[in-house]
Design a protein around this ligand. Structure first.
Ligand code: NDP
Length: 281
């Protein structure tokens, strides 16, 4: 039987550590505040935004909420970001994605001051990550490194396969694994002999957005499997990109969905908010 990597418990540990750090900052007279911007009322985004605000409350930092109507223009959004960039009492700025189609996400991401880019999506943050300089790291991949470390999975020297090459998960994930001295392969929709490639992995990280696609044929016996996917199955139940029931008996450790990677993303966002104080000083 595989060990179940419990993201709920590990994320609570991290949040409790952050609560302590927030209290220490408070004692030094430093208050931390995250500004969260949502445009439109996409229900999934509303849930994420609510959870992020709850996370701020839990660790004892402030949050400012901007819920803008769907018709908000790009200029109006950019003007708000400029205002928040200039405010000394705002440490982090988060624009919930996706944005309505009339707004260009890249332009909006680039408008955020890199020192307040707690999502780690700004090109400057990504560049800093690539060359090993200080900066914010994208929350989901950073959370996966914490999940592995805190579950006692050693990364150094391991064959790691990252399935998926998105800017927010796959690419930064591969760089973080490299930073931990893993041997890293990135696979994607054009990869040939995918099962052979994923089958080499000691640690397999799957972020493709395809419900339960990864069955045991893709997994080496004894591998550690991290499932980033958040999908709905045919019964509208939450599920990952990995077929948990099928893969769990052959791997050594696996993350469930829900309760695996998901809770870590918010914990690492909160971590970035606390770290912003140092980056801004
Ligand atoms: P994207 O859609 O941006 O990227 C998907 C990647 O998977 C692409 O690189 C694509 O390849 C690859 N891919 C798609 N189909 C296949 C296939 N059949 N075989 C091999 N590779 C394939 O997704 P994201 O990275 O944004 O998200 C991935 C999943 O993770 C989603 O389910 C999302 O909801 C979830 N997610 C969860 C988070 C969390 O907090 N737990 C946070 C972020 C995302 P190509 O580049 O060739 O098109």
């Amino acid at each position: 039987m595989a060990a179940i990597i419990d993201g709920k418990t590990i994320s609570t540990q991290i949040k409790d550590e952050l609560k302590q750090k927030a209290a220490e900052l408070h004692e030094r007279g430093v208050e931390v505040t995250l500004a969260v911007i949502q445009v439109g009322d996409n229900p999934a985004s509303s849930v994420y935004v609510r959870n992020k605000k709850k996370g701020c409350e839990y660790i004892g930092i402030g949050s400012l909420s901007y819920e803008l109507p769907e018709e908000t223009t790009q200029e109006e959004l950019l003007a708000l970001i400029q205002e928040l960039n200039g405010r000394k009492d705002v440490n982090g700025i988060l624009v919930q994605l996706p944005l309505p189609s009339h707004i260009d996400e890249d332009t909006v991401i680039k408008a955020i001051d890199p020192k307040k880019d707690v999502d780690g999506f700004h090109p400057q943050s990504v560049g800093a990550l690539c060359i090993g300089q200080k900066g914010f790291v994208s929350c989901t991949p950073a959370g996966i490194i914490q999940l592995l470390k805190r579950s006692g999975v050693s990364i150094e020297g391991k064959e790691c396969v990252v399935l998926g090459r998105s800017n927010i998960v796959g690419k930064p994930m591969s760089i973080l694994l490299l930073r931990e001295n893993a041997t890293v392969t990135i696979a994607h929709s054009r990869t040939k002999n995918l099962k052979e490639v994923t089958g080499r992995a000691d640690i397999l990280i799957v972020a493709i957005g395809k419900p339960k696609m990864i069955t045991r044929e893709y997994v080496k016996e004894g591998a550690v499997v991290i499932d980033v996917g958040i999908n709905r199955d045919e019964n509208n139940k939450l599920c990952g990109d990995v077929d948990f029931e099928d893969v769990e008996p052959v791997c050594s450790a696996i993350t469930p969905v829900p309760g695996g990677v998901g809770p870590m993303t918010i914990a690492m966002l909160l971590n970035n908010c606390i770290e912003s104080v140092e980056l801004q000083s």
